[in-house]
Design a binder for this molecule. Structure first.
Ligand code: 6PG
Length: 261
């Protein structure tokens, strides 16, 4: 891997399956290291279509990853959630449960979902913030430090549920917030930038030619005004990997991509 813009490191995968394998390698390394150092692994999963193959190979008996993940000591959180019931087809929790959690020996109490059964999205956000404060024993003004956060990239430059031009992007006091997203016609609950930028490791997973222009804008061009939310992900004391497939990488400048590794 070679350094690209800032401290981000970019790895180009052949296709979505290879993207999943490359990500699973880093995922399991983070998990093993975190448990070795602290006795636990805290990871925030994102939603969308791109990470689903990753969740599948982490759970598959036939793959080398399942046995390497210390499931008993792994704590699963979510970067964001759609404000829909947990069994709704759009629910990130449902997608992650179906693809991975229902197939691995992770204790139920280690899955820390955003509770969307509460009366409204604001209550869901407030309750998740309280859950993070309790779990990480946070004092006033402190943020949780996740060992690993997985993020996707929307065509409009959004990540998690931080959409361009919304209040959520500008939220710096709360750990979790929510907003109505007009273009989606739904409420989204999301971790805020201070939390995402406090991660030890962030991995962006990006696939498909439709993201090529946005990926180039985020990685190769000066910050937009206002910046794209994904351009604001820069952990102060952490590392960022961009694991992208060839189609998504096709507009990157030569110097910012590396294959293999
Ligand atoms: C979500 C995600 C969202 C996603 C991007 C990319 O809940 O949908 O958190 O930020 O990562 O929209 O989605 P795809 O992987 O489906 O392109």
């Amino acid at each position: 891997m070679r350094k690209a813009a800032g401290s981000a490191r970019i790895l180009v995968a052949e296709n979505v399956s290879d993207l999943a394998v490359k990500t699973a390698d880093i995922f399991t390394e983070c998990a093993e290291e975190s448990v070795r150092m602290k006795g636990a692994f805290t990871v925030c999963l994102c939603g969308g279509a791109t990470p689903r193959p990753l969740y599948g190979i982490l759970a598959r008996e036939s793959d080398r990853f399942r046995s390497r993940v210390p499931w008993e000591r792994t704590h699963i959180f979510f970067t964001d959630e759609r404000y829909v019931p947990p069994d709704h087809p759009d629910s990130n929790l449902r997608m992650v449960r179906d693809a991975m959690l229902s197939r691995v020996p992770i204790p139920e109490e280690n899955v820390h979902a955003i509770d969307t059964r509460l009366p409204d999205a604001s209550r869901s956000a407030e309750e998740y913030e309280r859950l993070l404060i309790r779990f990480f024993h946070l004092g006033q003004g402190e943020q949780p430090r996740f060992d690993l956060i997985l993020l996707g990239l929307g065509g409009d430059g959004h990540t998690a549920s931080l959409f361009p031009g919304t209040e959520a992007v500008r939220e710096t006091r709360r750990l979790v917030t929510q907003q109505w997203v007009d273009v989606l016609g739904m409420h989204r609950i999301t971790l805020t930038l201070p939390v995402l930028n406090n991660a030890s490791t962030v991995i962006f997973l990006v696939s498909g030619g439709g993201k090529a222009g946005t990926l180039r804008a985020v990685l190769c061009e000066p910050r937009s005004d206002p910046p794209l939310p994904a351009q604001l992900i820069a952990p102060r004391e952490g590392r960022v990997f961009w694991i992208v497939d060839r189609d998504a990488a096709r507009s990157l400048e030569e110097g910012t991509r590396e294959t293999g590794g």
